[in-house]
Design a protein around this ligand. Structure first.
Ligand code: HEM
Length: 240
């Protein structure tokens, strides 16, 4: 039993993390041309809009919530007067909103991938595994928020911090309900799989786009310096 906990809640997360780091580095070096979101917008724009919007808004907020809620210990929240009850209530209500947005988005995107013949023809098994995996992880997360009824601040949160700061304590996962265990294990698996999928685009957010200088395109006026030369060439080299 101890060995099983050790394998699932210590060895497996580190295997997935190692695959995540090495896999991304390897893919970035060897396959940079395919390092993108593989957008299918050109094949069908209409059915993508709501799915992509809900999914991305929900999943990005979910990441922020997980990072803030699980990685930062409760004692730091206490300093600002946020008790564990308040912390759990915020996590619960925010989790419901952003989790449902991400889950509905996942279902719409998955439905589109399966039923739209153009998107299906251009898609791959890898796309289905990616969306299927996301739907499973997000779906279980939403299930836990609604029906989990478990205080993660004393179990899952310190366990995940133990993994991140290299002092794993798999026993912390003992009292955790099965649905939480499947959720975290599926999430690690997806993390390990992500370097080999279109999920690599997450690390290429075009933030610099907002700060770069504008590129201004405008016609050159006819009488601007140099235009005569250009005109000469265009009109077969004849002057006038
Ligand atoms: C960080 C900012 C992000 C940006 C700027 C971004 C951008 C994009 C773009 C441009 C597409 C192509 C849309 C299309 O299918 O035509 C896309 C697709 C996708 N993104 Fe993101 N993304 C981000 C974060 C994420 C995150 C955090 C996840 C999941 C963990 C994710 C998962 C996906 C998936 C699964 C698709 C494919 C949807 C489909 O066509 O079925 N993205 N993303």
């Amino acid at each position: 039993m101890d060995l099983i906990y050790e394998l699932i809640f210590t060895v497996f997360p580190y295997l997935c993390l190692a695959t995540f780091v090495v896999g991304h580095s390897y893919r970035y070096i060897t396959d940079r041309y395919a390092w993108n979101a593989h957008s299918s917008q050109i094949l069908d724009k209409k059915s993508l809009r709501w799915g992509a919007l809900l999914f991305h808004a929900g999943i990005i907020m979910t990441f922020v919530g997980h990072a803030g809620g699980l990685l930062i210990p409760q004692k730091y929240y206490d300093l600002f007067g946020i008790t564990s009850e308040m912390h759990l209530a915020i996590a619960h209500w925010m989790g419901e909103v952003v989790g449902i947005a991400a889950f509905v988005g996942c279902l719409l995107l998955l439905w589109r991938r399966i039923t739209n013949h153009r998107v299906r023809a251009a898609g791959t098994i890898n796309d289905l595994i990616t969306l299927g995996g996301l739907t499973l992880v997000v779906g279980l997360g939403v299930y836990n928020v609604f029906f989990g009824n478990h205080n993660v601040l004393n179990s899952v949160a310190p366990w995940i911090r133990g993994i991140v700061f290299f002092s794993p304590e798999p026993d912390l996962m003992r009292p955790v309900p099965l649905s939480f265990k499947i959720h975290v294990t599926a999430a690690w698996a997806l993390l390990g799989f992500s370097p080999f999928s279109r999920l690599v685009h997450i690390w290429s957010v075009p933030i610099f786009y907002f700060f770069r200088r504008r590129i201004v395109f405008r016609r050159k006026p006819r009488n601007a310096p140099g235009v005569e030369g250009f005109g000469r060439l265009e009109s077969g080299g004849k002057e006038g």
